[in-house]
Design a protein around this ligand. Structure first.
Ligand code: ADP
Ligand code: 5GP
Length: 201
């Protein structure tokens, strides 16, 4: 049972890295989050996110459906518990692309099986360039994301690994290495099973 949490400023290249590495990390489940933010051009409900209203999101909170949730850039984002538990039980590596608040909450609940990576471009100017080149957000939203990035970078020390996404091929290879190492983390139950088998055989 293993979880990889990937965080970093919006525009750092998290999705690009996951896509590039996806053929080389074995069987995995990418957790599709639920959000109240509006879909960007090209985003499909159920693929990038489940897009819901604020009321629907707050109902899910009340019903205890989230493993974690947070407010990021004035919108709610959350990870649904059920599909994550199913994927973990099927032995899949579970990958979360969540913010620094979400990482803290996952650590509180599932620390033993969690490996975390913070991904960042080499500097703030490069981040701004990437957000502008991506052409998906208007200037006001980009400004807010850059402000948030300045705060998020301070959480870097809470992560197991840091990937500076300068060269995309190198960054994707580093991500594959971390996923391979993450698979070697075991839950207490898995460790107990190994000990019990080892002693009996
Ligand atoms: P995130 O998922 O972290 O929000 P994206 O994967 O959407 O970020 O990447 C943001 C933009 O930066 C995209 O246009 C992507 O093509 C580009 N990008 C990603 N990695 C690199 C890199 N190493 N060098 C230059 N551009 C990159
Ligand atoms: P974006 O709007 O660019 O897709 O995502 C904005 C931020 O929200 C990113 O930092 C992303 O990692 C974070 N995020 C996406 N899904 C979740 C989630 O389910 N929980 C939390 N806590 N953050 C999320």
């Amino acid at each position: 049972m293993s979880i990889v949490v990937i965080s970093g400023p919006s525009g750092a290249g998290k999705s690009t890295i996951i896509n590039k590495a996806s053929e080389h990390i074995g069987s995995f489940y990418f957790s599709i989050s639920t959000t109240t933010r509006a879909p960007r051009v090209g985003e499909v409900n159920g693929r990038e996110y489940f897009f819901v209203t604020k009321e629907e999101f707050e109902d899910d909170i009340k019903e205890g459906n989230f493993l974690e949730f947070a407010k990021v850039h004035d919108n709610y984002y959350g990870t649904s518990l059920k599909p994550v538990l199913n994927a973990l039980n099927e032995g899949k590596l579970v990958i979360f692309d969540i913010d620094v608040q979400g990482h803290k909450l996952v650590r509180e609940k599932l620390n033993k099986i969690t490996t975390s990576i913070f991904i960042t471009p080499p500097n703030l100017c490069e981040l701004e360039l990437r957000l502008k080149n991506r052409s998906l957000d208007d200037d006001e939203i980009i400004k807010r994301r850059l402000e948030n990035a300045k705060k998020e970078i301070r959480s870097i020390k809470e992560y197991d690994y840091v990937i500076i996404n300068d060269d995309i091929d190198r960054a994707a290879k580093e991500f594959v290495s971390v996923c391979n190492a993450a698979r070697l983390k075991l839950s207490n139950e898995e460790i107990d099973k190994i000990i019990s088998f080892w002693e009996k055989s």
